[in-house]
Design a protein around this ligand. Sequence first.
Ligand code: MIG
Length: 821
Amino acid sequence: MNKDLNDTSEHIEVSVDELDDADIQHVNNPIVGLKPIVKEFLGSVKEVRQENNKFIFTDGAASVEVRVVSDEIIRVRMAPHSVFLDDFSYAVPLLDQKVAVFNFKDEKTYYSVSTNTVTCRINKENFLISFVDNDNNITNEDYLAMHWEENAKFGGYYVYCTKKSDPDESYFGLGDKPTDLNLRGKRLQNWNSDTYSFAKHQDPLYRSIPFFISLKEGNAHGIFLDNTFKTHFDFAQEDPTKLSFWADGGELQYYYIHGPKMMDVVKRYNSITGTHQLPPIWALGYHQCRWSYYPESKVKDLAYQFRSRKIPCDALYLDIDYMDGYRCFTWNKKYFPNPKKMIKELSDDGFKTVVIIDPGIKVDDNYWVFKEGKENKYFCRRSDDYFMEGHVWPGRCQFPDFTNPEVRTWWGGLFKELVEVGVAGVWNDMNEPAVFGSGTFPDDVRHQFDGHRGSHRKAHNVYGMQMVRATYDGLKKIQKNKRPFTITRAGYSGVQRYSCVWTGDNVASWEHLKIGSLQMQRLSMSGLPFAGTDIGGFSGEPTGELFTRWIQLGVFSPFMRAHSAGDTAEREPWSFGKELEDINRKFIELRYKLLPYIYSAFWEHHRYGFPILRPIVMLEQENADNKFREDEFTFGDKILVCPILDEGATSRNVYMPKGNWYDYWTHEMYEGGQEHLIQAPLDSMPIFVKAGSVIPEYPVMQHTNEIEIDELKFQIYYSDCEVNSFQFEDHGDTFGYEQDIYLERKFIVNGDKKSMTIKKSVEGLFNPRYETYDLKFIGLPFKPSKIIIDGVDFKGEIFFDNLKRVRINVSKYFKYIQILK
Ligand code: MIG
């Protein structure tokens, strides 16, 4: 397509026959034939004005706002007739961050807006926008001027942005897509969908996270298209030189997030959309779910099995059958005659009870939830004011409009009784929203959208997020200082502020084990690190081997829950015979041993925005081969996880990033920057610890509340260069950490051929009861003759074994330890 740059008209109109293939596919106009499809493009810049940190450019008719959000984040918005929509976002609660300085320049061919790290250039002649780093490298550049197309049926516009793509550029992110980690060459869309037994590459699934990371010649940046309508991304599929994203309505509004480190892009994305609260520590234990465990005797037996077989477990789930005719907030008294008593008994045994709550409210005038919703006009309505009705589990249902703050408050309050009964967590399902038959709501359903009214086209992708937000806020209010635990299926960017997610109805197959690993890594890179799969696969029957390999991956799933559909065989860690039960136990125990490490990784996310799972490409983004490594990742920054994902495999190749790595099981050391063949019979899984790490460990517990620690264990891995570690600790279930009631221990480990040192400092006001540490030094290259602690010779016994490990007990107040040859 040739755009006439000398055209002086306000916009440039392009009719459909002037567009090449790559543009035609963007055309999605339902009234094709009534009128030729015309795309309008920004023309040349005529004028610019500044309002604080915003710069508004216009071509005489349309306007573009460039806003400095932070040193590394710039937002771009486009308004076809210069009327910007309300500046409202469910995703971004923190729009203006600390901006040190920014500058505006009027150059010969372009205007520029720059911060300390990035410059946004707006070409005067053709309105093309580019982003440039401090070394004058263009990191991101428009291919076409932003454009739009009127939507005659609904009003508003389809809005488009087309940028250049480098042949070597890769793309990552976009949430739960069940496809290759590197998205180059794919076209994907976001429209929350209930996708039972989804297939590899199927799109879209349950969540809409319109955020991606580009990686080009080792440098990364991110784009977050904050638009809740159906959004589309073409990652150079149609044309290897173009990247396009567009939306079926709303405003073209995107954030450019500067890198160049992928890790920083994710952290910065989380800095605007928020991070998870710190989960209650029990939420990080092993959870057992099934559709459904009922009646009460079945649930009690399940609890009994866990404890008598000594398989750790923190939470049991009640799926839809606990309710009376699937009416939310009721109990089936035949199955559960006294829920309060049952939950109390489970709790005495160390089990939390989590219950499911769906959005569909049964149309039944004798049901108080329906009556309240009806009286107060809380349910969604169609364009002509009819109620939005659809069939789901309870039969004919109506659906609360969770985009209305008043409805959210009401909904949040409904949890009072469940909390009083003792329920510890809430699982929100079917909130895409899912409707039997039609799939979801029709487009014309109206939503309040926090005062920025819109149809379901605009509200669909945030419906689930607003439901779980109502749930989270309600629980938080009712439980006071106790951290809520919520889990949701649907979500939009920012949902991490309210909930963890699971990947929905997967399948008991080896392919799905791989898909699950990909989805968790991708969710983590997309700002939603607290995620997990249905361990074992929801539909279908896993073999014992598959289940065990899934439990192994599950140890390193941020959310670790086994779940299965009701029409499958029983699926507990002991369901596949004694031998596999023992292996499953060993790995669930590993989860509990690593809990203080896992909990610390969650703190690092909450406080600093780090992802929890980190694909290899994030660790070594300059190595081009890593763009395609997707079957291993680190959990936090110290543990390299290499799950076995193939049937019958008893070994695998492991790529270790540069540096030295210790086998978690044998303590053998490997040199990184290369692949190693690692043996992994069914009772093992390749796990490696980075040299210099300080890994805290708990004793095996049956649940997180079982044992008060009387001495904390640390494994300290020798390194010949300086390495930082930290460990986080607090009460485990309150918001005390917001008042600095927590403890963050920082360690620095270093070594040479003749000595090893470890320095410790602390931050925060929490003081655990135990007084000593049990320290195990691993991989020492020498036999120690002397240990000095804070300047004083250590007098106790020094255990040194043939695996070059030293073990000592020391006071928790130590600051400095030296081990000498
Ligand atoms: O229509 O509540 O993804 O985890 O067990 C199925 C029953 C509804 C779908 C969820 C699944 C849950 C199931 N639900």
